[in-house]
Design a protein around this ligand. Structure first.
Ligand SMILES: *Cc1c(COP(=O)(O)O)cnc(C)c1O
Length: 428
């Protein structure tokens, strides 16, 4: 048999790039096998280098909420590109973007645009530290906020004492200010504040976590974070890079009815091009340069082409009833998967919120990273590959959420559920 074009491309990529990919999860390391090289995408589908077609449930890890190559977004990008790619001077589009973000997420009075979620979260933390004059930050095991040094930390054995870097190349001196706690555990949070309250600059959290599969914060946990931050003068930072504009037009904060001090955005707001943002109350944001003393800058920040893609995307998803329809499709998928798994006698649970879903080879929905780790990962791998063979592309990891776009119509979702029914029968 001749080698597939995907195989050839992967061998070639391995020569010039570590692991053959530009972001680790793309390498299929957790599920094994050869990653698919994408040649083009349209609506809910993409095609690989061998010409095989897939229903896509990662949507570029969130941004492709309208489906791929949406005509309105493509047109906006083409028109903006023809006017010039980057100026290094301000544009009206950036104001429109800032005004749109602040209108949709009213807890933000001001925002700063950047180019990646990593940059946005890193800058938000620097700002929280600068605004409070404190050093420590609290994050939760399983939440991802990009790959800045102070965030690459795993929980140590002694909860409040040892926080070890989770990556080589990060000095422990940098992570000593980061406290890592279990998600949805209010007792731990109270203990941490009791011990370090006056040194904690911020608590950063994914209010609906999408980087340990999909795990929702309980309303009690959100209330607990809010009241402890308030009592101790720490800032509450919602990282809505994934949940923002995806679970609801106003983000997870609109679902929980909470106004965090700062919000971090990305993914959907660029519609597939690099735009991210962080924002919050004016009295916090005024500490940012050039107004305040907290430095932050970017050559391509607020890039006109990227902003045009973002504005076109936000205009589409702002249509009345958009998120209701998206949520309905996503629920149909998640419920359908659970139904056919149950018929096949496979232990399985699924959840969906807005256009985001998660599924787990476990009897119950997880509440923390430990729960997700206890699910049957081996079964997930077999499911993943059998679905891939049938032309359905789920995230190649049991620790990632899935994404439905408004281009996923009923027929596409029913075809997915039918394929899963076959696969579950073979797994049981
Ligand atoms: C994707 C993601 C980031 C990082 O964004 P990048 O654009 O990949 O740097 C940060 N936080 C959350 C919650 C994310 O999902």
């Amino acid at each position: 048999m001749t080698e597939s074009r995907n195989d050839q491309l992967f061998s070639r990529a391995l020569q010039s790039t570590p692991g053959g990919v530009n972001s680790p999860v793309r390498a299929f390391r957790q599920v094994g096998g050869v990653p698919r090289f994408v040649t083009r995408a349209e609506g809910p589908r993409f095609w690989d280098a061998d010409g095989k077609r897939y229903i896509d449930y990662i949507g570029s890890w969130g941004p492709a909420i309208l489906g791929h190559a949406h005509p309105a977004v493509v047109r906006a990008v083409q028109e903006a590109a023809a006017r010039g790619l980057s100026f290094g001077a301000p544009t009206e589009g950036e104001i429109e973007m800032a005004e749109t973000l602040c209108r949709l997420v009213p807890s933000m009075e001001q925002v700063r645009l950047v180019s990646s979620g990593t940059e946005a979260a890193m800058s938000a933390i620097r700002l929280a530290r600068g605004a409070t004059g404190r050093s420590k930050l609290i994050k939760f095991d399983g939440c991802y906020h990009g790959h800045a040094d102070s965030l690459l930390v795993k929980a140590g054995s002694g909860m409040l004492t040892f926080n070890t870097p989770s990556s080589a190349g990060v000095p422990p001196e940098i992570t000593q200010h980061t406290i890592v706690l279990d998600y949805n555990d209010c007792d731990q949070l109270e203990t941490a504040f009791a011990a370090h309250g006056d040194a904690i600059a911020c608590v950063i959290v994914e209010p609906i976590a999408g980087n340990m599969n999909l795990v929702r914060a309980t309303p009690e946990f959100v209330a607990c974070m809010q009241s402890l931050c308030q009592r101790h003068g720490a800032l509450l930072v919602f990282d809505e890079v994934m949940s923002g504009f995806r679970v609801a037009l106003g983000g997870a904060q609109s679902l929980y009815g909470v106004e965090p001090d700062m919000t971090v955005l990305g993914k959907v707001i660029g519609g597939g091009l690099p735009v991210a943002a962080f924002g919050g109350r004016r009295d916090v944001m005024r500490h940012l340069s050039p107004e305040g003393a907290v430095y932050q800058a970017g050559t391509l920040s607020g890039n006109p082409v990227a902003v045009a893609a973002g504005l076109a995307t936000l205009a589409e998803i702002g249509a009345p009833g958009y998120h209701d329809r998206l949520a309905r499709s996503t629920h149909t998928l998640a419920d359908g998967l659970s139904r056919v798994a149950r018929s096949a006698g496979v232990s399985f649970a699924s959840d969906a919120v807005g256009g985001m879903f998660g599924f787990y080879f476990a009897a119950e929905l997880p509440r923390s990273l430990k729960d997700v780790m206890a699910s049957d990962i081996d079964r997930f791998k077999r499911f993943f590959h059998a679905m891939l063979d049938r032309g359905v592309y789920f995230a190649p990891s049991a620790y990632e959420a899935g994404f439905v776009s408004s281009a996923h119509d009923e027929a596409t979702i029913e075809a997915t559920i039918a394929a899963a029914a076959e696969v579950f029968a073979s797994l049981a």
